[in-house]
Ligand binder design. Sequence first.
Ligand code: DOR
Ligand code: ZN
Length: 345
Amino acid sequence: MTNTLTIRRPDDWHLHFRDGDIMRGVVPYTARQFGRAIVMPNLSPPVTTTALAREYRDRIIAAVPDGVEFTPLMTCYLTDTTDPDDLAMGASDGVFTAAKLYPANATTNSAHGVSDVEKIYPVLKRMEADGIVLCVHGEVTDNDIDVFDREAEFIDRHMRAIIANFPNLKVVFEHITTSDAVDFVNECGSNVAATITPQHLHINRNAMLVGGIQPHNYCLPVAKRETHRLALRAAATSGSAKFFLGTDSAPHLRSVKETSCGCAGIFNAPFAIESYLAVFEEEGALDKFEAFASLNGPAFYGLAVSEESITLERVAVHVPDMLDLTGEDIVPWHAGQTLNWRIAG
Ligand code: DOR
Ligand code: ZN
């Protein structure tokens, strides 16, 4: 039995840090494990310009604990009126690593998102020319489309068109939840990849709806049926360079999760690596873990892999029921459970 695993230091290719006190509370959890993270721009107001991203990056860096090496990689929140020149300048200045497409009203703080994907085609053209990565929240928002079908519908209505119109655009299909998305990404060329969260590898939709509403298992896109979870596990552990780690850690205080209209988002940053590793061990794929966590993401983004390494050891770790975040309760992913691995040292 393998009891230790040493891998290049991993990166998180999709997460939410928020801002202010919450951000200062959550950044250390991520910086403990990951060397870099792609930071989502869905603040209120959103991070839509190079100037706003630069300031936000400074605030994140100020929240990294002393002695810890961590680099936030910033994203531009695309709107109907995004200025392609500002985005291109931010990318060439090293402020923006990617731009994020939120269909308007698809999820938390997405009201300023794109109302019609074709409206940003001029921006996508510039991104394709300049090699700027497009990160996509792939769900349609129409009321008449069942929430469990929104990802598959987005592929047919928008993803295929984006890829056909911009064949050299680098696209990350974020937090995929369906076998349809796995198949789509596999059919595309090497310019299309996907991130997968730990929760979508661990749970199906029953975890949200059986035995009472389980708000801490609710995120967007919502977990789907078991066949989809199994397809995601197969993709993540396949060794394919198209799939990599992106936690979608999305902190919301307990008070706004456990309420009559609870927020979408799972706060998985505290034990993210341990959570993913549990899946890879269950699938007998520990040998594929480094590719998923530490190699495939940098290769896709054209960045160097980390020169540092981390060692994981087989030691039971108990996840607390609750954590304190700026004096308020927040419930971590895997609350109350025991995980089998931890980061050594
Ligand atoms: O569950 C989610 N929470 N999905 C998202 O796309 C956004 C995120 C958030 O910001 O809370
Ligand atoms: Zn997200």
